[in-house]
Ligand binder design. Structure first.
Ligand SMILES: [Zn+2]
Length: 209
């Protein structure tokens, strides 16, 4: 950990779940060998969750490799390349409990399910995304704000695909909470939100039990 890295952390302190000094301390405390020993059961739980999410997907779309990224630069990030899912090790030791991990993984599965939507569904999503932008409603779908001390995560404003991944996560994973927050949205927008919800919960054509 260099001074530069600590300075870099200070510059985004508002987005960190804990103070920069504590972040540095946790990264030091959990180098990979210690990490795999200390978090063996949390990693096993994540693997089980991935297996259960895989079941709804056709072959070729299932995550077959979980890669844990220990680099400081990728703190708080998750991503997917093909059937490989990358998770920053920080998700295991910087955030409060397993809810954040669950949310992050569910969001990544939202991207997989997006790939399985048909062309009409993609077109409908683009229309919904454009209308939500005009109504300034993206804030309701920022999934990071629904999970414990995460603060970051979810960027529905970027693309229709990101909106879908966030909505997929929220409607599957935080249903009661998103419904509570939607009570404060102008009811004129409900039909739009319902269309997004039904897309996020749709039984996909490529899906097999
Ligand atoms: Zn995403």
């Amino acid at each position: 950990m260099t001074i530069d890295q600590i300075e870099e952390l200070r510059s985004r302190e508002a987005l960190l779940p804990i103070a920069p000094d504590s972040v540095v301390e946790r990264y030091r405390r959990y180098p990979p060998p210690v990490f795999y020993e200390e978090f063996a059961s949390a990693i096993a739980t994540v693997a089980c969750f991935i297996d259960s999410m895989n079941q709804a997907l056709p072959a070729g779309y299932r995550i077959d490799t979980l890669a844990i990224d220990h680099t400081f630069e990728n703190i708080g990030t998750a991503g997917r390349t093909g059937t490989r899912l990358y998770l920053s090790s920080s998700f295991f030791y910087l955030y409060d409990g397993p809810a954040v991990l669950r949310s992050v993984i569910m969001h990544e599965y939202g991207h997989i399910h997006y790939d399985l939507l048909d062309p009409e569904q993609h077109a409908e999503l683009l229309e919904i995304w454009t209308s939500l932008q005009q109504s300034a409603l993206f804030y309701v779908f920022r999934d990071g704000e629904y999970s414990a001390n995460a603060r970051v995560g979810g960027h529905p404003q970027d693309t229709p695909e990101e909106l879908f991944a966030s909505a997929f996560n929220l409607f599957h994973n935080n249903e009661a909470e998103i419904r509570a927050r939607l009570q404060y949205v102008d009811p004129r927008h409900y039909p739009l939100v319902e269309r997004l919800e039904s897309l996020a919960l749709s039984d996909l054509p490529g899906k097999k039990p």
